[in-house]
Design a protein around this ligand. Structure first.
Ligand SMILES: Cc1cc2nc3c(=O)[nH]c(=O)nc-3n(C[C@H](O)[C@H](O)[C@H](O)COP(=O)(O)OP(=O)(O)OC[C@H]3O[C@@H](n4cnc5c(N)ncnc54)[C@H](O)[C@@H]3O)c2cc1C
Length: 583
């Protein structure tokens, strides 16, 4: 080992939830081991998903602590506040900013993700009042400014953006929400699902502009006074809030003396080992193989970071048997105003031989991707909550849905009954306890990834489906213009579809995946109810070993919080102010 001033058996870079969970769990497994965290963050680990509650005044700064204050001290975790700049993998030490070094036995990279922000060349991005929301400091900055703000522009097409829109509405701020693509969460939701969520948000008071991006930001004496869109429209505002997704911080993989495999994330195996000996990666920065596609993907999600931290701690302390082998397909549950949204797997991804079935009624939509009698993707929007973990388990374990297909589609699936009948004690335990079981990887046919945003039953086949699932199953009428598109799509992708289903979309209609706008941070929480008068909210629980509630309870309603009364002048007055706006 290199002759460094300090060293530890286990060194963790980053004190986000993945880093601290790894340290705390490692202490549990190895009481006498030297554990250190080196982080550039200037505050203890916070519950980042709860920042949205903080933004609406539901939580104080103290409430944000992810672990009780002083945990690092009581757990004898050495905390070093510094930026790690490089890894010497041969001599096993880290180079810190300022020329210091720190030796390690095992190294865990938990450097998380950073916000994508605005393009570097965008005119006006430096004006005061342009905020990228990601860290605690950004939220403190936002809250300090809100008093003088009448209108704000939110940029981004993902969960973070909609949370921000709802928070601002709660504060009585007028919101214009600009989405670069033609839908909301375009990599997870199809057109129908996206429209339901957007409609809900419009009803809450937001002005939403799709296919709209910034051409520039206008300022006066250094402060933002408006934005110019790509449609040459000026939108006056005092705040521009940037929520354009995140990217994993892979800098240390690039600055390692041994080649460390990375791409969008640092590649790890099922035991969180990177391609370099004694170096592991966890949390937002770690990319594992997606069980359905075999492609390395990060999973930027709070609970996933917690589970990964626990598993990595078990591995580095020699308790391999306690490490979670696979976390199965991703799932994402959130609550937008009065609608629940759930995606399990990737509902838009087309795997070979897959068919899509949908059910749509007022305030309720379900879309399932099925191969044979196996469910591979699930999307649901509605006022009720499907059992997300049960559905995840069905996908992860490759269970037959032959008998429950209709119930799943209609949101009437009784998980307890199903798992009792299957005598699947592990799954039943999971459904009742909320614990995620170890998942045995199952093999899926690998096919090129394709996204088909708008899928519905072809009218001529609709009766067949309707007979199978009952009268409420959605079918759609087809316009002349879409018929040729259908013909094209059928020719292009005929092999992937059941004859009873067709794609009602042209290739040109498909949402483009904008890296900038792709919000890689799934949300497991409750987004503020869009009432000016009151707001119902939630608090994510602290990570604990015994999860006794279903993950849906992350969205449990807590007592209503009174929103600040809007200090807006009447609409007519605001309009005249806008038209007289001096630049
Ligand atoms: C505003 C916001 C809201 C969110 N809401 C939700 C939600 O509702 N549901 C959900 O599931 N997920 C949500 N997430 C995502 C979730 O919070 C993350 O997936 C999770 O916190 C990732 O934890 P992490 O420890 O991997 O990374 P991070 O929390 O990003 O921590 C990384 C740490 O590494 C440090 N670091 C980085 N590079 C270096 C270096 N070179 N040297 C030293 N230190 C370094 C950083 O300072 C930081 O302390 C949200 C995230 C944000 C930002």
């Amino acid at each position: 080992m290199h002759n460094t001033l300090e060293w530890a058996d286990i060194v963790i870079v980053g004190n986000g939830i993945a880093g601290l969970t790894t340290a705390v769990e490692a202490r549990r497994f190895a009481p006498d081991t030297r554990i250190a965290i080196i982080t550039e963050q200037c505050h203890p680990t916070i519950n980042t998903p709860a920042l949205k509650q903080f933004a609406i005044g539901r939580l104080t700064q103290e409430h944000l602590l992810a672990y009780p204050a002083g945990t690092e001290r009581t757990q004898r975790i050495r905390m070093v506040n510094a930026r790690v700049e490089e890894i010497n993998a041969q001599d096993k030490f880290l180079g810190l900013r300022g020329g210091y070094t720190f030796g390690y036995g095992s190294l865990i990279i938990a450097t998380g993700s950073r916000p994508n922000g605005l393009p570097a060349h965008l005119p006006g991005r430096e004006f005061d009042g342009v905020l990228t929301l990601h860290r605690l400091q950004d939220y403190l900055d936002l809250l300090r400014r809100l008093d003088g703000v009448e209108s704000a522009v939110v940029i981004g097409g993902g969960a973070h953006a909609i949370e921000t829109v709802m928070s601002l509405l709660h504060h009585g701020v007028e919101v214009s929400w600009l989405i670069r693509g033609k839908s909301f969460l375009s990599h997870m939701l199809d057109h129908t699902a996206s429209e339901m969520i957007l409609e809900n948000t419009r009803n809450a008071g937001a002005k939403i502009a799709l296919k709209t991006e910034l051409s520039g930001i206008v300022g006066r004496v250094g402060s933002v006074v408006g934005v110019i869109t790509n449609h040459d429209k000026m939108i006056p505002c005092q705040l521009v809030l940037v929520c354009t997704g995140t990217s994993p911080v892979t800098t240390l993989a690039e600055h390692c003396t041994s080649p460390m495999m990375h791409g969008s994330g640092i590649y790890v195996d099922d035991q969180f080992r990177t391609s370099v000996r004694d170096i592991y990666a966890v949390g937002d920065v770690a990319a594992r193989k997606d069980p359905q596609t075999g492609v390395y993907e990060t999973r930027a999600q709070w609970y996933s970071a917690v589970l990964q931290g626990r598993s990595a701690a078990a591995v580095v302390t020699g308790h391999h048997e306690l490490a979670t082998q696979s976390m199965g397909v991703p799932w994402h549950a959130t609550h937008v105003a009065d609608l629940y949204m759930l995606t399990v797997g990737n509902p838009l991804r087309m795997l070979e031989g897959a068919t899509i079935v949908t059910d749509h009624s007022k305030n309720k939509y379900c879309r399932m991707t099925v191969i044979g009698d196996r469910l591979v993707g699930y999307l649901s929007i509605g006022t009720a909550q499907p059992d997300s973990l049960a559905i995840k388990s069905i996908i992860d374990e490759g269970l037959s849905i032959r008998r429950i297909k209709k119930a799943l589609l209609k949101g009437e699936f009784d998980a307890r009954k199903y798992f009792s009948q299957r005598r699947s004690q592990a799954a039943l335990d999971m459904v009742t306890s909320g614990k995620i079981p170890v998942v045995k990887p199952i093999s899926y046919p690998m096919a090129p990834v394709r996204s088909f945003p708008v899928v519905a039953h072809h009218p001529s086949h609709a009766p067949i489906i309707a007979a199978q699932y009952g009268p409420a199953v959605h079918s759609s009428t087809t316009s002349v213009s879409t018929v040729s598109a259908i013909a094209n799509m059928k020719t292009l992708h005929a092999e992937t579809f059941d004859t009873s289903l067709v794609v009602l979309s042209s290739l040109a209609d498909q949402p483009t995946m904008h890296d900038l706008e792709r919000d890689t941070r799934p949300s497991t929480g409750n987004i503020a109810v869009p009432s000016r008068k009151d707001i119902e909210s939630m608090l994510l629980p602290l990570p604990s070993r015994t999860v006794t509630r279903s993950l849906w309870s992350y969205s449990d309603k807590t007592p209503a919080v009174k929103a600040r009364k809007s200090s807006f002048p009447p609409p007519e007055q605001r309009q005249s102010e806008k038209t007289n706006f001096l630049l």
